[in-house]
Design a protein around this ligand. Structure first.
Ligand code: SF4
Ligand code: FES
Length: 233
C-alpha cells in the first residue's frame, strides 16, 4: 500500500517557522511508523531528523505526536492508522530540528525528585531483602522508560513548563514506595511544592499516552495521598 506521511519540519538554520511536508511511501500494514521515517530518510530526504535507537519500545527515544497522540514511532503500526499519517514533535518542549525536541528541561525535572535509592544504613551481610508484597508495591512505576510521552501530553505542563510533570512523579513514586529507601519524606517535600504534584488535575492524558501502560494518574494520586497523610504505605 501507499502511505502519505505528513511530517512537521523545522530547520533552525533555514526556517522561520515549522511547516508540513508530505512524503509518499510504500508500506506494509505491519510496518511501524518508525519504518516509514527510516524509509524517507534513507531514500527521499536524508536531512529528516528524529531520535530512535532500539526499534522495539525499550529505549524510549522515539516518542512523538502521531495523528495527534503521543506515541512511540516503533510501537505504532500502519494498519492501525490508515493511509495518511501525520507526525509532529512532542509539545511543551522547544524543537531543535524536525521531530527532535530539547529534553533538557524534562531531565532537569527528573533529577529534581532524587530518582535513586537512598539508604545510608550499614549494608547487611547478604542483601537488603524485600517481601514479594513490598516489591509489588512499586512494580508498576519501575516500567518507565523515560520517553517523555506523558509529561509532554499534559495540559498542566503545556501551561507551565516549571511543573515537575508526570514522568518525574512516576520516578519519585518508584523510589518512595520502595521499602529499602529512606528518602521518602524528603522526596514528598520536594513534590509538595507549588510546581509539584498539586499541578496535576487528573486529566489522564499521561495515562493514555504511556507506552508502558503505567497507571500514572493512580501513582500520582498515591503520592498526593502520602503527602496529605504523612504516611508512606
Ligand atoms: Fe514514558 Fe510512561 Fe515513563 Fe511517562 S511514565 S516517561 S509515558 S514510560
Ligand atoms: Fe527505542 Fe522506539 S526506538 S523505544
Amino acid at each position: 500500500m501507499q502511505v502519505t506521511l505528513r511530517v512537521r519540519r523545522f530547520d533552525p538554520e533555514k526556517d522561520k517557522r515549522p511547516h508540513m511536508q508530505s512524503f509518499v511511501v510504500e508500506a506494509e500494514p505491519t510496518d511501524q511508523v518508525l519504518d516509514l521515517l527510516n524509509r524517507v530518510k534513507d531514500y527521499q530526504d536524508g536531512s529528516l531528523t528524529y531520535r530512535r535507537s532500539c526499534g522495539h519500545g525499550i529505549c524510549g527515544s522515539d516518542a512523538m505526536r502521531i495523528n495527534g497522540r503521543n506515541r512511540l514511532a516503533c510501537k505504532v503500526l500502519v494498519r492501525d492508522l490508515g493511509a495518511t499519517i501525520t507526525v509532529e514533535p512532542l509539545m511543551g518542549l522547544s524543537v531543535i530540528k524536525d521531530l527532535v525536541v530539547d529534553l533538557k528541561p524534562f531531565f532537569e525535572h527528573y533529577k529534581s525528585v532524587m530518582p535513586y535509592l537512598v539508604n545510608d544504613e550499614p549494608a547487611p551481610a547478604r542483601e537488603r531483602l524485600q517481601t514479594p508484597a513490598q516489591r509489588l508495591r512499586y512494580d508498576d512505576t519501575t516500567k518507565c522508560i523515560l520517553c517523555a510521552a506523558c509529561t509532554t501530553g499534559c495540559p498542566s505542563f503545556w501551561a507551565n513548563g516549571e511543573y515537575v510533570g508526570p514522568a518525574a512523579i512516576v520516578q519519585a513514586h518508584r523510589f518512595t514506595f520502595d521499602s529499602r529507601d529512606r528518602a521518602g519524606a524528603e522526596r514528598l517535600q520536594i513534590l509538595n511544592d507549588r510546581m509539584g504534584v498539586w499541578r496535576c488535575h487528573d486529566i489522564f492524558n499521561c495515562t493514555e499516552a504511556c507506552p508502558r501502560e503505567i497507571e500514572i494518574t493512580k501513582a500520582i494520586g498515591e503520592v498526593k495521598l502520602a503527602i496529605a497523610t504523612g504516611r508512606i504505605e
